[in-house]
Ligand binder design. Structure first.
Ligand SMILES: [Zn+2]
Length: 334
């Protein structure tokens, strides 16, 4: 008994020791260089934050809408949800990203993977715009997104029709993405704030089924902080994701913030066994993102927040999730 007890102690010390010894290198699969007013703390700040947080590589995109400062509003808004003014589709966002990258020395520029996002996802001309941007910046863009479709209050606040991930304009974009071997990051909430069922699931599932040659990154796995505020955890999320990962090999999951808690970690910050098991079962399909918008001081905190969950995974799987999976779905060098 004593020997067995000792053995257990030694094994658990080894497990603890190895977990504590892990120091991950990260890639960020979801980062916005600008905010909803198209402003940014700038490239120096971003690089400083990446270096401090051991983030080797990062997706970089603008924000596809600009929030209006409407003359009826008493104060300049600080966030899209700050007042009743609307937001509108804003293409120049990609120009800011491209310009910031062009100023960088080559070794720093290579750390970034720019995604095109400045188009109106209810306009069937959007694909033609994306093609023009690809021609205008040869070899620059490596992906498309974040495409905003169902996105909490932003959906209703955006001028024009509600974008669905399964509409005709986006169908053309998905074809184009496949043609150019580019992944598409789509924000498509799985439900509304109040409905306790996967109200909008079909909108993301239809393109997954119809575009097997397009790689989709599902932002936040369809969750949002706003949904959590109204209905805590979605019971159907884990079974739905399990089924979809089985059915669609072109589906990748961005675990950023609203998935970390309450799903990956419980209230005490302890990794949930069923989520650890899911990631272990599909070790190539999950990636981390910060989803910061234009300010970068929380970058390290965002990504290191995943460490307790990563520590619960086998070391090799953890490193894939922390860095390698995002890099693996980028276009193959030609
Ligand atoms: Zn985002």
């Amino acid at each position: 008994m004593v020997v067995r007890g000792l053995g257990w102690l030694v094994v658990s010390m080894m497990v603890l020791g190895s977990a504590q010894a892990r120091e991950y290198r990260y890639s960020d699969a979801h980062l916005h260089y600008v905010d909803f007013f198209q402003e940014s703390a700038g490239m120096d700040e971003l690089l400083k934050a990446m270096d401090a947080a051991r983030i080797d590589q990062s997706m970089i995109s603008g924000v596809s809408v600009a929030k209006k400062w409407h003359e009826d509003e008493p104060k300049r808004p600080r966030y899209y949800a700050g007042d009743d003014a609307d937001a509108y589709w804003y293409s120049a966002t990609d120009i800011y990203v491209a310009a910031a990258l062009q100023k960088l020395p080559e070794p720093q520029r290579r750390r970034f993977h720019p995604f095109l996002t400045g188009f109106n996802p209810v306009d069937k001309n959007a694909a033609a715009h994306v093609e023009r941007m690809l021609e205008l910046y040869p070899g620059v863009w490596q992906g498309i997104g974040e495409v905003f479709t169902r996105h909490d209050d932003l959906t209703a606040l955006t001028s024009g029709d509600t974008p669905r991930a399964n509409n005709e304009a986006l169908t053309l974009i998905y074809h184009l993405a496949a043609e150019h071997d580019m992944p598409v990051l789509v924000h498509s909430n799985i439900t509304s704030k109040r409905e306790r069922n996967p109200l909008y699931l079909a909108e993301i599932e239809t393109p997954l089924r119809n575009h097997p040659h397009t790689r989709f990154i599902w932002a936040h796995a369809g969750t949002s902080m706003e949904i959590h505020r109204h209905q805590a955890q979605l019971d159907f999320l884990l079974p739905t994701l399990t089924r979809m990962l089985e059915a669609y090999p072109n589906l990748y999951i961005d675990l950023s913030w609203s998935v970390l808690q309450p799903y990956l970690l419980d209230d005490q910050g302890v990794p949930r066994a069923e989520w650890v098991a899911l990631v272990e079962r599909f070790p190539e399909r999950f990636m981390l993102g910060s989803d910061v918008v234009g300010r970068f001081n929380s970058l390290g905190e965002q990504l290191h927040g995943f460490d307790p969950f990563l520590d619960a995974l086998p070391a090799e799987v953890a490193q894939r999730v922390a860095r390698d999976n995002f890099l693996a779905i980028l276009p193959k060098p030609r």
